[in-house]
Design a protein around this ligand. Structure first.
Ligand SMILES: [Zn+2]
Length: 272
């Protein structure tokens, strides 16, 4: 099952259910033969909707969504205190694209005590591919041992820098433990127009099940499930959200840089 997650600053200490951007190894295998099931760019008639690119993730099969809503537990997905250097390996990809990803990812280092070492480490913490569909990442330390743990499905040498900023900062936010901000329950202003959202995501090319829509979009983490800030519309862990998806006209624009709250929050989790 897939699910989206993200961030913002909800650093989910939570759940092992790997939020949205994660997959089990068996799911990864599946994804190679079911290209339509992952997050991709939706084809819509509306320009604003067409721009939506969501990172989805699969829920580990050992954490079935529908078996107990409390099954997520409270496992902390932040990297532990004695782990401040994260080794990142590229599994494939154009060296030019790899360099662009590195340059953007390292922006996080300016605001916290983490360091990313891009190498061919025999024991990497994060592994990156460009070969799967969609862009997604496992959450925090759940990345360890996943091959790949992060994927960029639409970046190439000609992609605008702004798109690198938007996507890479976001996925690395996941990799250091952040979840999707729009699933925060802290003063979350989003009132979903559920029939519209179901119709959109249950149709091609996403073809999600109702359950997947519920989990990836409508589920909100309770305060006991994550460490988070007040809802931050400017978090890099938001997605753009068209007003058509909400009953109250609430919408979110794309974010291309870390918000002040993102910076403060990550510094609180991984102090320098
Ligand atoms: Zn995401």
């Amino acid at each position: 099952m897939k699910t989206i997650t993200t961030f913002g600053l909800l650093a989910v200490s939570l759940l092992t259910f790997f939020l949205s951007c994660n997959k089990s190894s068996s799911d990864i295998q599946k994804s190679k033969t079911e290209p339509d099931s992952k997050m991709k760019i939706a084809t819509l008639s509306n320009d604003s909707l067409r721009k939506i690119k969501v990172c989805t993730a699969l829920v580990s099969e050992s954490h079935a969504l529908d078996s107990g809503k409390e099954a997520f537990g409270n496992s902390d997905l932040f990297w532990p205190e004695d782990k401040r250097t994260l080794y990142v390996n590229f599994l494939d990809g154009d060296p030019i694209v790899q360099q662009k990803v590195m340059n953007v990812a390292k922006q996080w280092e300016n605001y916290c005590g983490l360091k990313f070492i891009f190498s061919n480490s025999p024991n990497p913490d994060i592994t990156i591919s460009f070969n799967e569909i969609g862009s997604w990442s496992y959450i925090g330390k759940d990345s360890k041992g996943k091959i790949p743990s992060m994927n960029y499905g639409w970046l190439n040498a000609d992609t605008p820098q702004s798109e690198y900023d938007r996507v890479v900062l976001h996925e690395f936010g996941h990799a250091i433990g952040l979840c999707h901000e729009f699933q925060s329950s802290n003063n979350n202003p989003i009132i979903w127009d559920e029939p519209v959202v179901y119709q959109y995501y249950m149709g091609p090319p996403n073809n999600w099940t109702k359950e997947e829509v519920d989990y990836n979009l409508f589920k909100r983490y309770s305060s006991s499930e994550y460490n988070g800030t007040e809802f931050d519309p400017f978090s890099i862990m938001q997605y753009s959200l068209p007003a058509e998806f909400t009953k109250n006209g609430y919408h979110l624009s794309s974010v291309y840089k870390l918000s002040e709250t993102d910076k403060k929050f990550i510094a609180s989790i991984y102090p320098k």
